[in-house]
Design a protein around this ligand. Structure first.
Ligand code: NAD
Length: 324
């Protein structure tokens, strides 16, 4: 058996069309939009993420503003910058890139963001709404994971509700920004969700959980953590991990948390790294910025969501190819 490859780049392209139309409609309605990214210090992966977002925002017609502070910036300076962006009418979405330097209290910075501009849902109000199943913003990575799953199910001819109701989703990694939101989205779909963290890995091993998964979502940040013996034969594997790895030629390339070569031949479907969850995450962040602009212009969250293009129907079956 060889797995279907869930092509995140194709999914992102399809999603982008809807978001570009959403941005055009927003502007035609006279509403403003802008995305501000806040970087404190210099970090390889957040710098790369920010460059990608800047390119994408410009492609989709969303003004992007980069605000950077040195790694030595005091806690108060970071909060002051966030306050300034909260008050700026040209900014509808604020993204504070992680990691922040160790001396900066991440939770305090997140609490300072205006919840209506909090496009990654890191403010406790938005995290709480998500946990209650009534999200204002769905954090972009978890949203991307379930967008890929939903659209893959459609293309595979599976009934989404039936699949989720009878399935076990195992989420490896329990961070506030990826693992926990993914767990909440699983609950929202009335599926059975199991959460596995490094403590299971250190004690009983993660295989006793992951092997039973119908859907395995891996977000641990550990290259090659999931190997063939950790997966069941009919699993759908979504690899969130992005880990820089230096090859024999000295070049750095990105690899996932899943050992793709050993796992892909064994499972039903799998996302590659790169080209899986990442591209969809980026587009979803811009989509959330449109949502924020609609909310700031006076819409309720429900009205704002209804005003956007339906993200799901656009993905063609052609987005899925057989793994070689
Ligand atoms: P994090 O470090 O904040 O959290 C990692 C989680 O995994 C923690 O709960 C940790 O306890 C758990 N973990 C660590 N080692 C483990 C092990 N051996 N077994 C089981 N669980 C283990 O990281 P994060 O921000 O959640 O990101 C996770 C990965 O996803 C990283 O590689 C990151 O680069 C990547 N990421 C990708 C995207 C994307 O769009 N594709 C977006 C965000 C993060």
């Amino acid at each position: 058996m060889s797995a279907e490859v869930i092509d995140g780049r194709a999914a992102a392209r399809a999603l982008k069309g809807g978001v570009a139309a959403d941005v055009a409609r927003l502007k035609a309605d006279g509403a403003g939009i802008g995305l501000a990214t806040v970087v404190v210090g210099e970090e390889y992966s957040s710098a790369a993420y920010e460059r990608r977002l800047a390119r994408l925002a410009s492609e989709l017609g969303v003004p992007h503003r980069r605000r950077a502070l040195p790694a030595s910036a005091a806690q108060g300076e970071v909060v002051e910058l966030v306050d300034e962006l909260n008050a700026d009418p040209d900014v509808s979405g604020i993204l504070v890139l992680r990691p922040l330097p160790a001396h900066v209290d991440e939770a305090a910075v997140f609490r300072a963001i205006d919840p209506r501009k909090d496009v990654e849902a890191v403010h406790p109000e938005n995290a709480g709404l998500l946990a209650l199943g009534v999200p204002r913003f769905v954090p972009s990575t978890a949203a991307a994971v379930f967008h890929l799953l939903d659209t893959w199910l459609d293309a595979a001819g599976e009934d989404r509700a039936d699949f989720y109701h009878r399935s076990l989703i195992v989420v490896v990694g329990r961070s506030n920004n990826v693992g926990k939101p993914a767990i909440s989205l699983g609950y929202e779909r009335q599926t059975t969700v199991e959460s596995v963290d490094e403590w299971a890995d250190r004690t009983t091993g993660i295989g006793r959980h992951t092997r039973w998964a119908d859907v395995l979502i891996v977000a641990a940040g550990k290259a090659g953590l999931i190997k063939a013996e950790h997966v069941g034969e009919n699993a759908v594997v979504i690899d969130v991990g992005i880990n820089p790895q230096r090859g024999d030629d000295g070049r750095v390339r990105m690899v996932g948390d899943v050992d793709y070569d050993s796992v892909a031949p064994r499972v039903r479907a799998i996302t590659p790294v790169p080209g899986g969850v990442g591209p969809v995450t980026d587009v979803w962040l811009v989509r959330n910025t449109v949502l924020a602009a609609r909310i700031l212009s006076g819409m309720t969250s429900d009205e704002a969501v209804r005003s956007l293009a339906d993200p799901s129907p656009a993905l063609a079956a052609a987005s899925f190819q057989e793994a070689s």
